[in-house]
Design a binder for this molecule. Structure first.
Ligand code: PLP
Length: 417
């Protein structure tokens, strides 16, 4: 994989001198994505699933083609793909369309203490509302996911196990860990929700093999536009899915006189109540993000054409090793990267300095046109537990070159002069 060639496909990167090392927050967009969105608005813009005219049918076809492309990308079926506005929205959808009516007082949820707020706060809110118990899995002091703790916390009371397939601060977990967690969750009959926001652009995900019930990710982290995300729902869970946002496009029949949301589904008799559409449409109320879905389709096509996961992993490994070598020069820098017994590759490196605040480091780097992320990365509890207020995260993608890492390290070296 030639990162320099790939970079040429990204207009922002080829036309500016920015050293973009914040791809874990949002990835840059190739021409193919920008053109697909622009072409859609120029040639095919119309509502989907509503109009009985050729242009609307064309837009509907493009929107459904995008769903099929997402399904193919993760080896799922089209009906298992719900378009959302992003990972956050997808996780909220699981919480309110499935968990809110399924999980009852005393039921337990297991999740790592290092989760992104998107996969933490929603469960805390629901736990409060439904009187659920959340068991937090520890991170070891050297930033590893504590597998034993995880497995011990999954018991017969556990109804949901949820975790990011790749941490937005600490990077990837060994595949063996993920397999062990999923196997234990299956053993006790718990459902599994995986946050794939960081994973999907960096590792192959195969829903036929994974054993995962729900998978959430955002289009913008895999070269797609903002405003589009995906919730995969394994079809064996369809009958347990209620609704989330209510409105047009997700209902089969509606009448005045209904007082209880979803009561037609619950009783099967109260015909004056709305009858929701089948999955995935019941979860797509309102006008969906049509152009964004088409942009995501273009992003996945681009990805398939240009990127081989294994080569990307090797490339990111090389960048990581180089960066770690350079960071080690500075005694005050604590690298927050776990060292597992099994090899794992990473697309990001987080660190903090005992001398400089993370924000000051990022602001310093910005003077050299180097863009990194600094802060608590929407994961305040784990920063508090580690006794730090903020950290710096350097993250890569296929277009990141060794030169980018050198520019970062050079700018950092100047700070220490
Ligand atoms: N989960 C993880 C692991 C993330 O890294 C992010 C974003 O950085 C999110 C969830 C939230 O994604 P979004 O803001 O696209 O909804």
């Amino acid at each position: 994989m030639n990162a320099l060639h790939i970079k040429q496909d990204f207009p922002l990167l080829r036309s500016s001198s920015v050293v973009y090392l914040d791809s874990a927050a949002t990835a840059q967009k190739p021409d193919a994505v920008i053109d697909a969105i622009s072409n859609f608005y120029r040639t095919s813009n119309a509502p989907v699933h509503r109009g009985i005219y050729a242009l609307a049918e064309q837009a509907t076809q493009l929107y459904e083609d995008a769903r099929k492309a997402v399904a193919d990308f993760i080896n799922a079926e089209s009906q298992e793909i719900v378009f959302t506005s992003g990972t956050t929205d997808s996780i909220n959808m699981v919480a309110y369309a499935w968990a809110a009516d399924t999980l009852k007082e005393g039921d337990e949820i297991v999740l790592p203490e290092s989760e992104h707020h998107a996969n933490l706060l929603v469960w805390q809110q629901l736990a409060h509302r439904n009187k659920l118990v959340i068991n937090y899995v520890k991170l070891t002091d050297d930033f590893k996911l504590d597998l034993n703790d995880f497995l011990q916390k999954i018991t017969h009371k556990t109804k949901l196990v949820t975790f990011a397939l790749s941490s937005h601060i600490f990077g990837n977990y060994p595949q063996e860990y993920i397999r062990a967690i999923i196997a234990k969750a299956h053993e006790v009959g718990a459902k599994i929700l995986c946050d794939a926001a960081q994973a999907v652009g960096h590792m192959k995900i195969d829903m036929q093999l994974s054993g995962i019930d729900f998978l959430a990710f955002s289009g913008h982290k895999i070269f797609g536009p903002t405003g589009i995300g995906v919730l995969y729902v394994n079809k064996k869970n369809f009958s347990a899915m209620g609704v989330y946002r209510i409105g047009g496009g997700m209902v089969q029949s509606a009448q005045l006189g209904c007082t209880q949301l979803g009561c037609a589904q619950l009783s099967g008799e109260q015909l004056s109540c709305p009858e929701w559409k089948e999955m995935p449409y019941r979860l797509e109320a309102g006008t969906p993000p049509i152009a964004q879905a088409i942009g995501l389709h273009a992003a996945l096509s681009y990805f398939k054409e240009k990127i081989v996961y294994q080569e990307l992993a090797e490339h990111e490994d090389t960048l990581t090793k180089h960066l770690l070598e350079r960071l080690k020069k500075h005694d005050d820098i604590v690298i927050m990267q776990p060292r597992y017994e099994q090899p794992v590759h990473n697309h990001l490196v987080s660190f903090y300095s005992k001398k400089f605040h993370a924000h000051d480091i990022a602001a310093w780097l910005s003077q050299y046109n180097v863009a990194v992320r600094a802060g608590h990365h929407c994961a305040q509890p784990i920063h508090q537990r580690l006794g730090i207020v903020a950290s710096v995260r350097v993250s890569f993608h296929a277009y990141t070159t060794m030169h980018d890492i050198d520019m970062l390290c050079h700018a950092l070296d100047q700070l220490y002069k």
